[in-house]
Design a protein around this ligand. Structure first.
Ligand SMILES: Cc1cc2nc3c(=O)[nH]c(=O)nc-3n(C[C@H](O)[C@H](O)[C@H](O)COP(=O)(O)O)c2cc1C
Length: 210
C-alpha cells in the first residue's frame, strides 16, 4: 500500500481476496440485484440473489450475473442453469427486500428457497424456470453464453431475456416502455449488509452538441 498527500494507492495484486471483495463491493455501488430463480434437472425450484449483475445489451436483450463457487462446487443456481439452460430474473423491490435476503442463506441443494422464504412460485411461459409469483417485474431468460472468469472460479452467465412480465400496478411513462422508478421501487445493493432505497430522483437532459 502506498500513501501520499493525494491519498492511498492500493495495488490490488498485493491485497487479499477478501480485501479486493470489500473494496469492489463498496465502490461499485449501488448495484442492481438479479434475484435468479431456476429449476434443477429433476424440477426442484431454487432462488438466490446475485449483485454481480448487470444489463449488458438490448438487442439481443442480454443480462449477466457472475456466480462464485461454494467450496469447490458450483452454486445451485449455476448448476441448474447448466442443466436447464434457463432462469428468471426477479427484480428486487422494497416490499421483497427481506424475502430476498432470506433466500441468500446457505441452504443445501434440496431446499426450495421459495418455501423457505414463504414466496409463491409461478412457472415461466417460454423457458423452463420458476419465478416469484408476486414479484412485480420478471425477466424470463435463456442461457446465451457462459464465460469462465478465472481462478478461484467465478462464472459469468450471460442470459437472453425472451419475455418480460409486468404487474398491472407498474406505470409506464406516457407513450414509452419506460417503467417508472416511482412505481417499481427497486432496491440496490451497497457494501456488506447495506441496501439503497429510492430517495430523491434527479432528471437531466442529455447535452446537445451541434
Ligand atoms: C444481495 C446479495 C447479493 C449477492 N451477490 C452474489 C453474487 O453476485 N455472486 C455470488 O456468487 N453470490 C452472491 N451472493 C450470495 C448468494 O446469494 C448465496 O451464495 C446463495 O446461497 C447462492 O444460492 P444457490 O446455491 O442456491 O445458487 C449474494 C447475496 C446477497 C444477499
Amino acid at each position: 500500500m502506498q500513501s501520499d498527500e493525494e491519498g492511498e494507492v492500493i495495488r490490488t495484486a498485493e491485497i487479499s481476496a477478501r480485501e479486493r471483495y470489500q473494496l469492489l463491493i463498496s465502490l461499485v455501488v449501488p448495484r442492481p440485484i438479479g434475484w435468479l430463480s431456476t429449476f434443477s434437472a429433476d424440477g426442484r425450484a431454487n432462488l438466490a440473489p446475485f449483485s454481480y449483475f448487470a444489463a449488458l445489451a438490448d438487442t439481443p436483450m442480454l443480462v449477466g450475473a457472475s456466480i462464485g463457487q461454494r467450496g469447490s462446487a458450483p452454486k445451485d443456481t449455476l448448476r441448474n442453469i447448466r442443466e436447464t439452460g434457463a432462469c428468471c430474473v426477479n427484480v428486487v423491490t422494497e416490499s421483497q427486500l427481506e424475502a430476498m435476503n432470506l433466500t441468500s442463506g446457505d441452504f443445501p441443494p434440496g431446499v426450495d428457497e421459495f418455501q423457505a422464504a414463504g414466496l409463491p412460485m409461478a412457472r415461466a411461459s417460454l423457458v423452463n424456470a420458476p419465478y416469484v409469483g408476486n414479484c412485480p417485474a420478471v425477466l424470463e431468460c435463456r442461457l446465451h453464453q457462459e464465460v469462465d472468469l478465472g481462478s478461484p472460479s467465478s462464472t459469468l452467465v450471460i442470459a437472453e431475456v425472451v419475455a418480460v412480465h409486468l404487474d398491472p400496478t407498474l406505470e409506464r411513462a406516457a407513450g414509452t416502455q419506460y417503467v417508472t422508478t416511482e412505481s417499481l421501487r427497486p432496491v440496490g445493493r451497497l457494501a456488506a449488509r447495506a441496501y439503497a432505497l429510492i430517495g430523491e430522483i434527479k432528471k437531466l437532459d442529455r447535452p446537445k452538441v451541434d
